[in-house]
Design a protein around this ligand. Structure first.
Ligand SMILES: [Ca+2]
Ligand SMILES: [Ca+2]
Ligand SMILES: [Ca+2]
Ligand SMILES: [Ca+2]
Length: 503
């Protein structure tokens, strides 16, 4: 880390603040100077500023109260000049990758509602909307003694069949020892096909010294900083129930969100296999750690992404599945999101794989989705721990929306018309079917969980493998496709049959 760089960057940062002053920013201290300068920093800020240590290489989140926004640039400048401060940046927003077709649907709904008072008044306008529970934070059920039997909807998962999952499971059924953190909008943790594969924090289960259930005793029994975090954490609402979707899907879509995104992703990582219900994930018995940092508006903050990654590292996840990022529409993007990048470097230092969606285009008129010249962040950061994933359809063609990159995107996986778990113990490949526009579950967001599940399957079979060996095995076993030649590092699509049967 070069100290002089902070000064150069801060000049352009000031412009970013001028455009969008929220008073929410991140400061990095030199870790070895943190103890001696933290007090000085606090003195330089208004007493009612909120300061939170992100416990990542000296990074702190600072939130100024609204009443002090007029003096924001003064505080930024003062902090920048302090000897212990290496870097100051906005607490950049991070977005869910936009679903192809969603913008068109929004426009149509907007047009309709401008002419009608309520969507519900329309005759036949809504042909299919998923039913969802209207309460947030329902109770977290215990594991449910899964039954046995074929998964009746497996034949609807074209992607699972395409990657050779059945042949892989014959050789190597996954174990629950491998934990995959699904870092997203949360998960319907009551879903019948997910509940038995949720990670259970052993430090927050069982009974405490007074005979109370540790998962509900309002005590941080394992001292990890989170109270009753039995399946993960909700960094948006700051509670122990990272529940996905508790409002009308249409409302959520109009607010920028995506109904049940995290639940859909979790199913293809580790929907419970051979339990006589629903579908199967690529790793049919792996453990899903649920980390929610993206709100119902489809966005989260860098600070909460950092905290999610730290949580995954500190609580035993070996793989993180990340279907989010920047789409190049943020004017601040030319300034690197250094805090996020350092959190990913922390993943690498701890051997925790970062599987990332390559992105769904939207990078500008005439742009051909090549991530090499115009990187999608964080998937294209140059860290080996990242596996960047493109989307293919059932005809071995790259999804028309999918980013690719000979040097920056690693592998393709099923990402068009993807069938999986949805909120309310449902299953679908359709997000919404409204006004004649059918939005299906398409996207590099949907491709990514397949690769995260494959990494878990491989680690079950090879528990001693390093992250680099897992990555090499994934890329080496990919099936080369003519449509992907010269477009991806591996030039191929995920093949879990070969992954577990030829190692
Ligand atoms: Ca805890
Ligand atoms: Ca507890
Ligand atoms: Ca919650
Ligand atoms: Ca199942």
């Amino acid at each position: 880390m070069k100290i002089f760089f902070a000064l150069i960057v801060n000049i352009s940062i000031s412009a970013a603040y001028a455009a969008n002053s929220t008073g929410d920013f991140l400061v990095k201290f030199s870790p070895d100077k943190l103890a001696s300068y933290r007090g000085t920093m606090l003195n330089a800020l208004p007493s009612d500023a909120k300061v939170e240590d992100l416990e990542l290489a000296g990074w702190h989140r600072i939130q100024l109260p609204k009443s002090k926004l007029h003096s924001l640039s003064m505080h930024i400048n003062a902090l920048s000049k302090m000897p212990g401060v290496l870097y100051v940046q906005p607490n950049y927003k991070i977005r869910l990758l936009e679903q192809p077709g969603m913008a068109e649907l929004r426009a149509k709904v907007k047009d309709y509602t401008s002419k009608n008072f309520e969507i519900a008044d329309s005759d036949g306008a809504i042909s299919e909307t998923p039913s969802v529970p209207k309460i947030d934070n329902p109770a977290i059920p215990p594991r449910n003694n899964p039954g046995r039997g074929e998964d009746p909807l497996l034949d609807q998962q074209w992607g699972m069949l395409d990657i050779g999952a059945s042949r892989a499971w014959d050789k190597s059924p996954s174990t629950n020892n491998v934990i995959v953190a699904v870092i997203d909008t949360g998960v319907d943790y009551q879903h019948e096909d997910l509940v038995d594969n949720l990670w259970r924090n052993s430090g927050e289960t069982g009974t405490d010294s007074q005979g109370r259930d540790k998962s509900t005793n309002d005590i941080d029994d394992d001292g990890n900083g989170y109270i009753d975090d039995v399946i993960g954490w909700d960094f948006v609402a700051n509670d122990n129930k990272p529940y996905d979707l508790a409002s009308e899907p249409i409302e959520l879509i109009m607010g920028g969100g995506n109904p049940g995104h995290g639940t859909h992703c979790a199913g293809n990582v580790a929907g419970r296999g051979q339990n006589g219900k629903g579908i199967s994930g690529v790793a049919p018995n792996a453990s899903i750690m649920v980390l929610r940092f993206i709100s119902q508006k489809g966005e989260g903050t860098t600070a909460d992404a950092v905290k999610s990654l730290k949580y995954a590292i500190q609580n035993g996840a070996k793989i993180t599945s990340n279907s989010w990022g920047s789409e190049g529409d943020d004017p601040n993007e030319s300034n690197e999101n250094r805090a996020l990048h350092e959190a990913i470097q922390e993943c690498q230092a701890n051997g925790v794989l970062f599987i990332a969606a390559a992105g769904n285009g939207h990078q500008g008129v005439g742009y051909d989705n090549d991530s090499d010249p115009k990187p999608g962040v964080p998937a294209s950061y140059n860290d080996d721990i990242i596996i960047s994933v493109a989307a293919i359809d059932s005809n071995n063609q790259l999804g028309s929306f999918s980013n690719w990159g000979k040097n920056s995107v690693d592998i393709a996986a099923p990402g068009v018309n993807v069938f999986s778990t949805t909120v309310g113990s449902n299953y679908s490949d359709v997000v919404l079917d409204l006004f004649g526009i059918k939005v299906t579950w398409d996207g590099t967001s949907m491709a990514t969980p397949h690769v995260a599940g494959a990494a878990a399957l491989y680690l079950s079979q090879n528990p001693g493998a390093t992250w680099m060996q897992v990555k090499e095995a994934l890329l080496k076993s990919a099936t080369p496709l003519s449509d992907l030649t010269g477009k991806l590092v591996s030039s191929g699509k995920l093949n879990v049959d070969r992954l577990v049967n030829t190692q």
